[in-house]
Design a protein around this ligand. Structure first.
Ligand SMILES: [Mn+2]
Length: 194
């Protein structure tokens, strides 16, 4: 089972934000994306909304293909960065693909920071870097945009196990947002029980 929550704090106002999250939940696969369009405000929001629509209309089992198609369809736009996650609900296998300066970490028995490839989707991307791992019960996955500093030792500050995804997402954004960009946190709590 996956409990999730996304919390977005726009820099300028509630109606204009270049950060956006998408989740697609099917019988076998849970897909999550956190996208940060370059810049912020209305213009960034237009591309953010368009990219979500492109992914929804061009969803593939192959996570690389999702990003490649998005890259092609928004080619020569201002561009965006993003973290993309697929979780196979039957095998608990997680696949991660990240491009640019957004962050993805896993907190659990074995903490792990996912590595994003440099690049900007819609401008220039290099060969993808894919990471795969098998989730364990109570693993927590955090995706967050660069309105929140990349290096934070979340473990020191929080007792995440007892908190809901909603509380965690709100606390991270409220406590760590730099206040100079849109700030977003996408929290996924995995449990092996159904
Ligand atoms: Mn940003």
């Amino acid at each position: 089972m996956i409990e999730y929550f996304t919390y977005i704090k726009p820099l300028i106002n509630e109606d204009e934000c270049g950060d956006i999250c998408l989740m697609l939940d099917s019988e076998d696969v849970f897909f999550a994306a956190l996208i940060d369009v370059l810049g912020h405000g209305k213009e960034a929001q237009i591309l953010a909304l368009r990219s979500i629509e492109i992914i929804e209309n061009n969803y593939f089992d192959d996570i690389q293909k999702i990003v490649d198609v998005l890259h092609e369809k928004i080619n020569r736009s201002r561009g965006l960065v993003g973290s993309f996650v697929q979780i196979n609900k039957k095998t608990a296998e997680l696949t991660y693909l990240g491009v640019g300066n957004v962050s993805g970490i896993l907190l659990g028995d074995n903490n792990h920071r996912f590595v994003n490839k440099e690049g900007i989707i819609g401008q220039n991307i290099s060969r993808h870097r894919i990471e795969k791992l098998v989730l364990k019960d109570k693993d927590l996955i955090l995706l967050y945009s660069d309105g929140i500093p990349e290096k934070i030792n979340f473990k020191l500050n929080d007792d995440f196990e007892t908190k809901s995804a909603k509380i965690i997402a709100r606390e991270i954004v409220d406590n760590y947002s730099r206040g100079n960009d849109d700030s977003t946190c996408f929290v996924l709590k995995f449990s092996s029980q159904n």
